[in-house]
Design a protein around this ligand. Structure first.
Ligand SMILES: [Zn+2]
Length: 132
């Protein structure tokens, strides 16, 4: 059970990073060496503003500083990644009894899901322009 909790935390954290990758690569920005900022007021976001899904829910989907509505794609990407990681965890446990094999299967699936999610959401972002 503790392992599943860690998988959920890992999935949400990777999902949060994937939002950075999806958003910044579509605007030609660097994905490292730059703090997260509100796309409207440019206020630097603090760690408590960046808790995957939770910060969005607690702030009612709005920026904590300028109250501008934040795209629902952010928590959607984080939630989708979390669910994909949980699925990958259960598949790896079902496929093998060996811990090392489970770990390798989980890692490969998590990597594949992450790449597919970036491709999918970049496509959606490019065609809908709903993410800022
Ligand atoms: Zn703002």
């Amino acid at each position: 059970m503790a392992l599943l909790f860690l998988i959920i935390i890992l999935g949400a954290s990777i999902g949060s990073f994937l939002t950075v990758v999806i958003f910044r690569t579509s605007t030609q920005e660097t994905i490292i060496f730059r703090h997260s900022r509100c796309s409207n007021c440019r206020h630097r976001l603090h760690p408590h503003d960046l808790i995957p899904m939770l910060s969005y829910l607690l702030r009612g989907g709005k920026c904590a500083y300028c109250k501008t509505r934040i795209s629902g794609l952010y928590p959607l990407i984080e939630l989708t990644t979390t669910l994909a990681f949980v699925l990958a965890f259960f598949i790896s446990v079902l496929v093998s009894k060996d811990i090392l094999t489970q770990l390798i299967i989980f890692f490969c699936q998590a990597l594949l899901f992450s790449v597919l999610l970036v491709i999918l959401f970049r496509y959606l972002n490019k065609n809908r322009k709903t993410m800022r």
